[in-house]
Write a protein that binds this ligand. Structure first.
Ligand SMILES: [Zn+2]
Length: 288
């Protein structure tokens, strides 16, 4: 008798032990399996989609069947979607404008967004994004990038490659500094940066930059653009950009030589900017 109940106990214990790790996969909050986000993030496999991701996928399919208005795909006000699935890649041949905004739980955009080579305007404002996929740097035609009202603390170092970028909206995030390239994007004319906890010269004075910004292990050097795969050298300077005064700019470079070259380039940037302002404000121009 004892051994029989012990056997049952053993079976029950085994059942609980085996099933418990997967227990939360069987429960859902408002129909969304809770653990799927974690599984997707860990494995980057798209075999299991949440209901919200299926809805997104269906929306992409419908857009492809019906055709896009003005080559634009819109997806907004879905309060369940937390991660944009790989289906986004299917928009590659048609989408020039992508608005995935106002999805208040959205934390991740699939790296496949970098495949949308025709994209000119990417708007992912009013989500909960903590990072932007580095693959966005492949969108060579992009002229507008809107990331306002998210949870972004850092921008990918690779976005220096967006040479056609004209508008960059970063307002209402968690940014403390901007990467070097905002100074050197050749077509950038509008930068929105309000409502970020940007560092001030007083806060930085005497502080170790490496403590404010831990060195990056991987990234593109701000001077030579070559990808570094070891600890970089990090430093911070302040510059005027697109009408904003004294913005904190954080630089990651691969070597002391690159640091020197970048410092020269930064000095040149300040001198050029001052010269342009003086020319703009000159009395000769005022008479014109
Ligand atoms: Zn370098």
């Amino acid at each position: 008798m004892f051994s029989r109940s012990s056997k049952h106990l053993s079976f029950a214990t085994t059942f609980v032990l085996v099933c418990f790790p997967f227990w939360n996969q069987f429960f859902s909050l408002e129909g969304v399996p809770l653990s799927f986000h974690t599984v997707l993030k860990r494995n980057k496999k798209e075999t299991m989609l949440t209901e919200a991701q299926l809805k997104f996928t269906e929306s992409v399919q419908a857009a492809l069947q019906n055709g896009l208005d003005n080559k634009a795909f819109h997806y907004d006000h879905d309060y369940e979607l937390d991660s944009v699935p790989a289906a986004i890649k299917a928009l590659r041949p048609v989408a020039e404008v992508l608005h995935i905004d106002n999805n208040f739980r959205l934390k991740e955009i699939h790296p496949g967004v970098g495949d949308l080579s025709l994209l000119r305007w990417l708007n992912v404002s009013y989500n909960k994004l903590e990072e932007i996929p580095v693959e966005v740097a492949r969108l060579a035609r992009l002229d507008r990038l809107y990331i306002s009202n998210n949870e972004l603390a850092f921008l990918p170092l690779e976005l220096w490659a967006l040479k056609n970028l004209e508008e960059l909206r970063l307002d209402s995030n968690k940014l403390r500094a901007l990467p070097t390239y905002v100074l050197f994007l050749p077509k950038l004319r509008e930068l929105l940066i309000e409502n970020n906890p940007l560092l001030t010269p007083t806060e930085v004075d005497g502080a170790e930059t490496a403590l404010l910004f831990p060195p990056q292990r991987v990234g593109d050097c701000a001077s030579c653009s070559i990808r570094f795969a070891y600890n970089s050298i990090c430093f911070l300077t302040f510059h005027d950009v697109c009408g904003h005064k004294s913005l904190p700019i954080v630089h990651y470079v691969c070597s002391e030589r690159c640091k020197e070259q970048l410092q020269e380039r930064l000095n040149h940037y300040d001198v050029q900017l001052k010269r342009t302002e003086e020319e703009y404000n000159s009395p000769l121009r005022a008479r014109d």
